[in-house]
Design a protein around this ligand. Structure first.
Ligand SMILES: Nc1nc2c(ncn2[C@@H]2O[C@H](COP(=O)(O)OP(=O)(O)OP(=O)(O)O)[C@@H](O)[C@H]2O)c(=O)[nH]1
Ligand SMILES: [Mg+2]
Length: 635
């Protein structure tokens, strides 16, 4: 069974509702007020079998200008238009306005039903039909067939059904886009079924039992049951009008304008990068900062237009812009929308979303927006990756960032690299590598006495905006190409050598001399700074170099011994351990000739390297000392 959704269009009182009832037997005017006034106020729904295997959902819209907001909520998800024009009046203002909306929504399939033909003669009807077809050609750019009908008497209905069947068969297959989305056009409660929402499925499928999110608020719910035209279904898909009863959500948490989704990648945003088109016969320009009404999906939100140009947009113009909305909206790249003037409410134009939540500085992104919206799949997706920048994008996010359908993996020959679960524009990796290189050059210049830098600070130099996997891959690449050398937690540029000046060399010699002379009780770094009358940072850097070179051993931050003194210390301690059973600190103090201030850090250091081991009575040989004692016994 194939399906489609038809939307009526046309001026008030031209006979849309009457025609839908004649075709389907369903009165789409649901409210008493509509019946009393003989006027459609809100959208109504019906369905029609066009062939044994083709079922059309019908959204009947109001023609009165005052209810255009409701008309828009009904029209955004439709596949084709049933334009109703009364023969005795011909095309009228809302005929034209509805066609303009269809054009802005990218709808080019339709049929013209010329109603009220019983009220005019054949020649007049012919002329009215030709005028309506001309109007369609002018606004939509297509030839739509004209069928003359007299709905109250049932004349012409078979011809119309036939034309609608042909129209349904001519529609391209629905896209196999897997991303489920249902903009909600009604929500209500039914006792026993709980909260029910209805709408036209824009894409993807949803099944009974699925978990859904209701955006922009983010409420979660579970689908209890699904119906299409009052028939229970296990699963529903694109081009179907469906009613879903939801568990876990109250009627007040979901309303027209909300969107049901299943994918976790949807991010509601109040900023949209768009390509805007103003109607050529509009009467108003749009200036930078203009407040407008934005219609997307089934919702309406106030927004301000930020233009990239200084002068106003004139009717007929097309331009890139950012819409700063007064509430979050749910959109993906390629979505179409309509804008109307804030007050008086006049149709201005519409456009397509090029980027959801673009950054503040967006003017240099417009070329990529154009490619993303207008180019073929490869170019469009590569543009989306460029827009994603160093943050990259997951496959699921990428699906929402291009109007094209994406397979799980992008073809190898495309300009796209995958790192972990994210896709990047390859240039991002090159850019990140040079950014990190430059940072290292600067860091080495800033700390010339540091033989290396903390790897962690190199990672941080990649920036908060960048995906950690891009930074890591760029570091690995720099290491792989031999540009940088990673040594544990330290990293340096391959060519980096510490060059000591004459003065620094002399100071370093004094340090070694002083520490060496100090034996087991050397001066602390603070004492050394005083001794050399040198700043502490310089002393620290020089000491660090000596530690890295193995000349000095750091027992604690304040206690450094020469390598030979440290060896001597271990030998002496080993001797005490060999001669005394579980020696106490005073045994060691005697043997080493040091004060307690030195002894305690020394013993703690020896514990930490496994030379000694603490016990309740004193010290025992640690694993290293035991091995050394064994060795000396066997010798
Ligand atoms: N004579 C004649 N009357 C018609 C025909 N179609 C509709 N009508 C009458 O025209 C009036 C308006 O018809 P509706 O179907 O309510 O018009 P509509 O386009 O749905 O109006 P809105 O929804 O308010 O825009 C009703 O009184 C209908 O009976 C027709 O083909 N011939
Ligand atoms: Mg009506």
């Amino acid at each position: 069974m194939s399906s489609l959704v038809l939307g009526t269009a046309g001026h008030v009182d031209h006979g849309k509702t009457t025609l839908v009832k004649a075709l389907t037997g369903i009165d789409t005017d649901r409210f008493q007020e509509e019946k009393d006034r003989g006027l459609t106020i809100d959208i109504g729904f019906a369905h029609l079998d066009l062939a044994p295997d083709i079922r059309a959902g019908i959204v009947d819209v109001p023609g009165h200008h005052d209810f255009l907001t409701n008309m828009l909520a009904g029209s955004t998800g439709i596949d084709a238009v049933l334009l109703v024009v009364a023969a005795h009046e011909g095309p009228m203002p809302q005929t034209r306005e509805h066609l303009q909306i269809a054009s802005l929504l990218g709808l080019d399939a339709g049929v013209i039903a010329l109603t009220h033909v019983d009220r005019v003669d054949a020649e007049f009807a012919e002329l009215a039909g030709a005028t309506a077809a001309e109007e369609v050609r002018d606004i939509i750019g297509c030839d739509w067939p004209v069928v003359q009908v007299d709905a109250p008497r049932g004349t012409g209905l078979d011809d119309l059904r036939e034309e609608l069947r042909r129209l349904a068969e001519s529609l391209p297959q629905p896209s196999d886009d897997p991303v489920f989305r249902l903009p909600v056009d009604r929500s209500f409660t039914i006792s026993g079924a709980g909260t029910v929402v209805t709408g036209t499925i824009w894409s993807g499928h949803v099944a009974v039992g699925s978990r859904v999110r209701i955006l922009p608020a983010g409420h979660e719910a579970r689908v209890r049951s699904l119906q299409v035209h009052s028939e229970e279904k296990k699963e529903v898909g694109p081009r179907q009008r469906c009613a879903a009863s939801l568990v876990g959500i109250s009627r007040h948490q979901v309303e027209r304008g909300d969107t049901l989704v299943t994918d976790a990648s949807w991010r509601p945003s109040s900023r949209l990068g768009v390509k805007l088109r103003l109607l050529k016969d509009g009467t108003r320009p749009v200036e930078h900062g203009q407040r407008i009404r934005l219609f997307m999906g089934t919702g309406e939100v106030m927004a301000r237009v930020a233009l990239s140009q200084e002068h106003a947009l004139e009717p007929g113009d097309t331009a890139a812009a950012v819409l700063e909305c007064e509430a979050d909206v749910v959109a993906r790249t390629g979505d179409r929308f309509i804008i109307r003037f804030y007050s008086p409410v006049e149709l201005l134009g519409g456009g397509r979303v090029a980027e959801v939540n673009p950054p503040r500085h967006w003017r240099d992104r417009v070329a990529n927006w154009n490619a993303c919206l207008e180019a073929e799949a490869r170019e469009s997706i590569e543009a989306a990756l460029r827009l994603a920048g160093a943050r990259g994008t997951t496959g699921a996010e990428l699906r929402l960032a291009t109007p094209h359908r994406i397979a799980t993996d992008l073809p190898q020959e495309w300009n796209a690299i995958r790192i972990g679960d994210r896709w990047f524009d390859p240039e991002q990796r090159d850019r990140m590598s040079s950014q990190l290189r430059l940072w290292m050059e600067q860091a080495h210049r800033d700390a010339p006495l540091d033989s290396g830098l903390a790897l962690q600070s190199l990672r941080a130099a990649g920036g908060k905006e960048a995906a950690p996997q891009l930074i890591e891959a760029s570091i690995e690449r720099l290491a792989g190409s031999g540009d940088i050398v990673i040594d544990g937690p330290r990293v340096r540029l391959a060519g980096h050598r510490v060059q000591l000046g004459r003065h620094e060399q002399a100071t370093q010699d004094v340090l070694v001399q002083a520490i060496s002379t100090g034996g087991f009780m050397p001066p602390s770094p603070a004492d050394l700074a005083d001794l050399c009358s040198a700043p502490r940072p310089l002393i620290n850097s020089l000491l660090k170099l000596l530690i890295e070179a193995g000349v000095l051993i750091q027992l604690t931050p304040d206690l450094l011994l020469t390598a030979s003194a440290e060896r001597d210390l271990r030998d002496k301690v080993l001797r005490v351990l060999g001669e005394t059973d579980c020696p106490t600190p005073s045994n060691f103090r005697e043997a080493l000739g040091v004060t307690r201030r030195y002894l305690i850090p020394m013993l703690e250091y020896l514990d930490s390297i496994g030379w000694t081991e603490r016990s309740s009575d004193g010290r025992l040989p640690g694993p290293l000392a035991r091995a050394a004692l064994m060795e000396s016994k066997t010798e």
